[in-house]
Write a protein that binds this ligand. Structure first.
Ligand SMILES: [Zn+2]
Ligand SMILES: [Zn+2]
Length: 90
């Protein structure tokens, strides 16, 4: 396939985005289900692009953008995950 990234409609309102859009210009939904784990002073960040149905990042376990925007419903919304940071620094 010579075609580059194929555009997919917004998961919330089905508006077709422009080629370089990262968020829907109609409803603000993220167009890619990226990992929410951002770059910070102590962490590298992840930004792994997950499947559209993923509530948590397949790579690092942080919530995905779709999860935070309410576009996917986690199977275990109140599940608590082990606190990696406390385990590392205490
Ligand atoms: Zn939208
Ligand atoms: Zn991640």
């Amino acid at each position: 396939m010579a075609k580059k990234e194929e555009l997919e409609p917004c998961v919330r309102c089905f508006k077709m985005p422009d080629e370089n859009d990262k968020y829907c210009t109609d409803c603000g939904a993220p167009l890619q289900n990226r990992c929410f784990d951002a770059h910070g002073p102590l962490k590298k960040g992840c930004s792994f692009v997950n499947a559209k149905t993923a509530a948590y990042c397949a790579k690092c376990g942080e919530p995905t953008l779709f999860n935070l925007h309410g576009l996917v419903t986690p199977a275990y919304p109140t599940a608590s995950r082990p606190n990696v940071w406390l385990g590392k620094f205490l």
